[in-house]
Design a protein around this ligand. Structure first.
Ligand code: TRP
Length: 327
């Protein structure tokens, strides 16, 4: 069975964009692949963060993964810092990664701009650690959102460079993009993101979700109820495409373009579908919160299984590098 690796940062709050673009897709992939899913805390420390919240954010993220349907029977779910080989391999990859390649990463440039007071080596090394995450398990596929494609390309380059310089022991992993469209925030302008505050959290209460949807920006050219709208430029329609079936999409398309239905009608239909999908997730999360021993146990077993694979890879890597081994 082909192996998949993916990671998610412990931001503590996961929104519809993360869900549709990544996590939901991961749950589908569990049937077909040998899956490894990681809460990447070592990535998260490359920007300023509240130290006292990190533990909770990490556990909350794990809870969300489980609540969304990742299954510890089928997948390995763990915390990155519990398997130190990730950082060890990143160090080795540093020696084959051209500085020019990491300097031109879009995410690095964006983050360097946003965090001028702390442009640290870790920020620049971020994609190298990501390459180590993936290659430590020799994963062939990496399900990610579009914004991560550049990092996966870099991962292939790192693998290539290592393989050419030392020995061909790593695969060149490919990204697996989710079929779901990329959704914007409720402002209808920028990508949904926690830091921009334009997000709908997947564990938010129903009334909060409805209030955010009710006031979300639609087709800005549809000013009055009797104006026909254009679903193609409406973010609410895009979110419908991630949550509603074809029959409803056709109905909305017709209703919107003929001004047969208003934006509020359309949003109510969307809300029902979002609710149907996310209410069980929220309930499961609340249940897991009361059962932390189980969650901790899942993470421990995940890390144990991963350490075994990581250990074998690192032994091979050190031998390939020609290092003098301990007795
Ligand atoms: N950089 C990814 C993100 O921000 C998270 C991540 C870290 C990751 N390591 C990974 C994703 C390895 C895929 C594979 O979304």
């Amino acid at each position: 069975m082909k192996r998949i690796f993916s990671g998610i940062q412990p931001t503590g709050e996961i929104h519809l964009g993360n869900y549709v673009g990544a996590i939901r897709n991961w749950t589908y992939l569990q049937d077909e692949y040998d899956c490894v899913f990681c809460v990447v805390d070592y990535h998260a420390i490359t920007i300023e963060y509240p130290v006292e919240e990190m533990k909770k954010r990490t556990l909350d993220t794990a809870i969300i993964l489980l609540a969304c349907g990742l299954s510890p029977e089928r997948s390995k779910i763990f915390v990155q810092s519990h398997v130190p080989e990730h950082t060890e391999l990143a160090w080795i990859f540093n020696t084959v990664t051209p500085i020019g390649e990491v300097e031109r990463m879009t995410q690095f440039k964006d983050k360097a701009r946003q965090h001028r007071a702390n442009i640290n080596m870790g920020l620049m090394d971020y994609p190298v650690l990501q390459a180590a995450d993936i290659l430590l398990y020799k994963a062939g596929y990496v399900p990610v959102g579009e914004d991560q494609v550049q990092h996966i390309e870099l991962c292939r380059e790192v693998a290539r460079k290592f393989n050419t310089r030392f020995a061909p022991i790593f695969p060149e992993p490919e990204e697996l993009l989710s079929m779901a469209p990329r959704i914007l925030g409720v402002d209808g302008q920028s990508k949904m993101s926690k830091s921009l505050g334009n997000y709908i959290g997947i564990l938010e209460e129903e009334d909060v979700v409805w209030e955010k949807l009710r006031t979300a920006v639609t087709d800005v050219n549809r000013v009055r109820r009797k104006d026909p709208g254009n679903p193609e430029v409406c973010n609410i329609y895009t979110i419908h495409r991630a949550f509603s079936d074809n029959a409803m999409l056709i109905e909305i398309d017709k209703g919107c373009t003929s001004a047969g239905i208003g934006c509020i009608d359309c949003k109510k239909m969307l809300f029902e579908n979002v609710k149907r999908e996310l209410t069980p997730v929220r309930e499961k999360a609340r249940e897991l919160e009361k059962n932390m021993d189980y969650v901790v146990d899942v993470l421990e077993k995940g890390a144990d299984a991963c350490r075994e694979i990581a250990d074998a890879t690192m032994e091979e890597v050190r031998a390939t590098l020609g290092l003098y081994p301990p007795r």
